[in-house]
Design a protein around this ligand. Structure first.
Ligand code: FAD
Length: 401
């Protein structure tokens, strides 16, 4: 049932993305961190090379091949393999690559055919373009059911009013999947998802966050003031929300997204862990043999990091494999997301400890140490992942957690 061998296609993708990470991304990693953005000419070049952080386009290629009877669905597995390599180059640049980003999965899972065509094909373009996903608000982070953003039904569409914060690539995105409620008293059932296009009157981005880590990646505040969104931009169309008892709502769409994006975020954390580990290993190889006893302490820490990386990767691949097969993966996605983040943080902390003065500001492990913190925050904090796992542990006993 389980194979630990990569298919030819997976192997080729891994080699290609690793080459790209080492030769194109890593050389600009520290510079982009200092600048606080990824240089536009670099993004234009790599866009022309067809590199995007976009599992949807990968999956489409595979689906087309499978129609001809050649391949099975493996877009999620290809996504985690490629993402690990690209984040190994640099996680902030990985998040800044052109593509639908977090906005892709909700359109793929809940959008109509027409919406998928309209919003997901814009990335095959000469100019780099981005999509984004806006759920978080000042008073609704972990508890997504608490969103306050209002969607008022009017003739021909909806009017949105509210604020979203911490939105990855939110200002530069061509469109943003935005979650709002038609009636706060209805809770989750009242939520709807809309695709709001850049330039829509009433849609602005007043500020960008100044962050400790992932500095090269844009994190935006978005403001919606009497922002009219046409009916055809309601994700899935009205019919999706009218199926009584179907459980369909903006909330369900938001949560479904995480089944495929949490393994992707986990694979980014694994890429960070590997980058910190590899840099530290090289220094230890050169410096530590001279230091007698401390050499063995260093070897012990490095062994622990490598075992952690392998374990996190196996959890992540399992979650992606289940998603490809259409099997439930909520628990596995939560497990790999939480565990990979812990492994990556530990790899950076231990790396800094072992590097000593070598690890001071301006070195890759110092940067990774700042970058890694958010991996136990976005896409659901670690406490929330643990809660998701606990719910599934207690479910068989009829206990609601
Ligand atoms: C760099 C960055 C990029 C981001 N990108 C996006 C994006 O593209 N789109 C988007 O919508 N959001 C994005 N986010 C937001 C992110 O998803 C939220 O920050 C996250 O969900 C946590 O919400 P919060 O910050 O409001 O913390 P809170 O929900 O206020 O949590 C605060 C603390 O309380 C704990 N806590 C909360 N509830 C519970 C509970 N029930 N049980 C136990 N502990 C609990 C949390 O674990 C946490 O430690 C991004 C955030 C950052 C920092």
């Amino acid at each position: 049932m389980i194979s630990f061998t990569l298919s030819e296609q997976q192997h080729q993708l891994k080699e290609m993305t690793n080459w790209f990470a080492v030769n194109e991304i890593r050389p600009i990693s520290l510079k982009a961190d200092r600048l606080g953005y990824v240089p536009a000419d670099w993004l234009e070049n790599i866009n022309k090379m067809g590199i995007q952080l976009n599992t949807t386009s990968l999956q489409n290629k595979i689906d087309n091949a499978s129609k001809k009877g050649k391949k099975v669905r493996e877009g999620n597995r290809l996504g985690v393999i490629a993402t690990e390599e690209i984040a190994f180059g640099d996680p902030a640049i990985a998040l800044s690559l052109p593509g639908a980003g977090l906005g892709g999965p909700p359109i793929q899972s809940s959008g109509t055919k027409e919406q998928q065509e309209r919003f997901l094909t814009i990335f095959k373009n000469d100019k780099p373009r981005w999509g984004a996903y806006a759920l978080t608000e000042p008073d609704a982070g972990s508890d997504a059911s608490a969103i306050q953003m209002r969607a008022k039904r009017v003739e021909g569409g909806y009017v949105l009013n509210g604020q979203k914060i911490f939105i990855t690539n939110g200002r530069k995105a061509s469109w943003v999947v935005v979650f709002a409620t038609v009636d706060r008293t209805l809770g989750r059932v009242g939520q709807r998802a809309f695709v709001v296009e850049k330039g829509t009157p009433g849609f602005t981005s007043p500020a960008l966050a100044k962050k400790m880590g992932l500095r090269a990646n844009e994190t935006a505040e978005l403001l919606f003031t009497d922002c009219f969104v046409p009916q055809e931009n309601l994700l899935g169309g009205e019919a999706l929300y009218e199926q009584k008892g179907s459980g369909k709502s903006g909330f369900a769409t938001a949560m479904k997204t995480f089944d495929s994006t949490r393994p992707i975020v986990a694979s980014m954390a694994i890429g960070i862990a590997r980058a910190a580990y590899e840099y530290t290993l090289n220094i230890v190889k050169k410096e530590y043999p001279k230091h007698g006893k401390s050499y063995y302490i260093a070897l012990d820490l490095l062994a622990e990091i490598e075992a952690g990386i392998s374990a996190a990767r196996l959890l992540t691949w399992e979650a992606a494999w289940r998603a490809d097969l259409g099997l439930p993966n909520v628990k596995e996605a939560a497990m790999c997301k939480a565990y990979a983040g812990e492994v990556a943080l530990s790899a950076c902390v231990k790396g800094l400890e072992l590097l000593g003065p070598t690890g001071i500001q301006g070195h890759i492990v110092e940067k990774l140490f700042r970058d890694v913190k958010v991996f136990d925050i976005f896409e659901g904090t670690n406490e929330i992942q643990h809660l998701i796992i606990a719910r599934r542990q207690f479910e068989p006993y009829g206990i609601r957690v």
